[in-house]
Design a protein around this ligand. Structure first.
Ligand code: ZN
Length: 154
């Protein structure tokens, strides 16, 4: 139990917050009025998420989940052996086998060759990330000293 330095009430849980130049102990209700020191870690996390998103945006296309099966199915339909296919796209036969077993991810170059040779599509738009935007971040963060005073008056 400690006392909230903003509203003066006893609180079970308190947070260290930064308000202007001073560091205060605040209760759950009052911590919103300053910058929670603990929350700074969360802020850093948010930046990390942004960076992650950027990376995903850069990598616009991603391989379909069952690329190996698709390649195998189409190759067999075209009556090509793994060796024949490997010759066509100038890759090692063992590599084709590993790709078909989804043990390795083919490089973009290889994917392009496979797509062209087998007339298939192996890349998909990363639909998962489309429209996945959190709008919760728009919450008001800034609180004026005036708000604190009003709060004290209550
Ligand atoms: Zn309080």
């Amino acid at each position: 139990m400690s006392i909230c330095e903003i509203c003066g009430k006893e609180a079970e849980n308190t947070w260290k917050i930064e308000l202007g130049n001073s560091k205060l102990t605040a209760c759950k209700n009052c911590k919103e009025h300053g910058r929670t020191i603990k929350k700074e870690i969360k802020k850093r996390k948010k930046t990390g998420k942004k960076e992650e998103k950027k990376t995903k945006r850069k990598k616009r296309k991603e391989l379909v989940d069952n690329y190996g099966k698709i390649i195998k199915k189409k190759r067999e339909k075209e009556k090509l052996t793994q060796k024949q296919l490997s010759n066509k796209i100038k890759e090692k036969e063992s590599r084709i086998r590993k790709i078909e077993n989804e043990k390795i991810m083919p490089s973009e170059k290889t994917v392009r060759k496979l797509e062209k040779t087998l007339n298939i599509e192996l890349y998909q738009e990363p639909a998962k990330f489309k429209g996945y935007k959190r709008k919760k971040d728009k919450k008001k963060r800034k609180t004026t000293i005036g708000d604190i005073i009003k709060l004290k008056e209550k």
